[in-house]
Design a protein. Structure first.
Length: 350
């Protein structure tokens, strides 16, 4: 049995930052994640994609954000159960919870913080016969490492932000980029649509609309696709076919834990501490919902901060915690490290 103060379900950015805020309160954390490494979507789906709305970072790659968060929480020595999905939860007589993974690993804590993002993700696959046989052999449903497309011929299908953004990005990486969409209109950000149009005019991107990829071909590895446009079918060679039709989020077993669910998200009390309908279980980040909810990483950081304050009061109801700014008290890790706050300078004025 793994025991901890706060058990965090999900090791994405919000879950990782929870470790830091809990550490300031001298609370230990352990994280469970179905993925084989920390970072959530940022590490698994788009590690090389830039993020622009993290305070103090005009631009930061998603993977670098995870690296920085891991460095920030290192002094607080969090535990990790990776590659295992949180399956069941049980409340004990002492008020603590036992969460068991699908591999049978048991975790015990008085506080459970669900920070599972949008849940587990499955790509929305196009209904193309035989496409499964080319998965990991030239067919990818999301882009982890753009370098695998270096000097390759790439066909992207889709009309949303991901399809537009990656089409733009890969023009500086791939030998050629073709974007196929079933409509003439795109539903992504206006500046992205305009950038694709600009690149098309310069001959750097081929845009085929309204059209649809209806077939994939090759001997073990994809080498061409069939495209239907205006009732005509033609084939186009490629090294990679990337259908970007989005990801379908699923809460998975957490949906069976007795929590109040609304539109595939967990309802919480945002007026106080982001607690669920079950006392002691919190939901923070993209996995929760409340009036005015914004699914942004920085909002998850805010929710994690307030949640940890509430968790401290639940664990130590008789203690009065006086918040100290890190600029005053510094940061003291469980590993013995100490980042001292600068001392005040007293100087006479003559």
């Amino acid at each position: 049995m793994i025991k901890t103060d706060i058990l965090i379900i999900g090791a994405g950015p919000t879950g990782l930052f929870t470790v830091f805020e809990a550490g300031l309160l001298k609370l230990k954390c352990h994280l469970i994640d179905a993925l084989p490494q920390p970072g959530g979507q940022c590490a698994e789906i788009y590690p090389k994609k830039p993020i622009y709305d993290i305070p103090a970072f005009p631009e930061v790659l998603a993977g670098d954000l995870v690296t920085n968060l891991m460095k920030q929480i290192e002094p607080f020595q969090p535990g990790f159960t990776l590659g295992e999905r949180a399956e069941t939860i049980e409340k004990l007589e002492d008020g603590t919870f036992v969460v068991t993974t699908h591999k049978g690993t048991k975790h015990n804590a008085p506080i459970v913080a669900i920070a599972g993002g949008l849940g587990s993700f499955e790509p929305r696959k196009p209904p193309i016969e035989g496409i499964e046989s080319f998965e990991e052999n030239g067919v990818e449903y999301f882009i982890k490492d753009p370098e695998i497309y270096r000097d390759k011929t790439v066909i992207i299908a889709g009309g949303g932000d991901s399809a537009l953004d990656w089409s733009i990005f890969l023009t500086d990486v791939a030998k050629s980029v073709t974007l196929v969409h079933r409509r003439n209109e795109f539903r992504g950000a206006l500046d992205s649509v305009e950038k694709v149009q600009e690149l098309k005019n310069k001959g750097k991107i081929e845009v085929i609309t309204p059209a649809e990829v209806i077939g994939v071909h090759g001997n073990g590895k994809i080498d061409r696709v069939s495209i239907e446009r205006d009732g005509e079918i033609f084939q186009k060679q490629c090294d990679h076919f990337v259908p970007l039709f989005g990801l379908a989020p699923k809460l998975g077993p957490i949906a069976e834990w007795g929590l109040e669910i609304e539109k595939n998200a967990i309802k919480v009390d945002n007026a106080l501490d982001y607690q669920t309908n079950i006392p002691g279980i919190y939901a923070i980040g993209d996995v929760n919902t409340y009036p005015g909810k914004l699914k942004l990483i920085l909002c998850g950081f805010h929710e994690a901060t307030l949640m940890c304050q509430s968790a401290y009061q639940r664990i130590f109801p008789d203690r009065k915690y006086v918040m100290k700014y890190t600029t005053v008290g510094g940061v003291e890790g469980f590993d013995g490290t100490k980042k001292e706050a600068p001392k005040a300078v007293v100087k006479s004025i003559n």
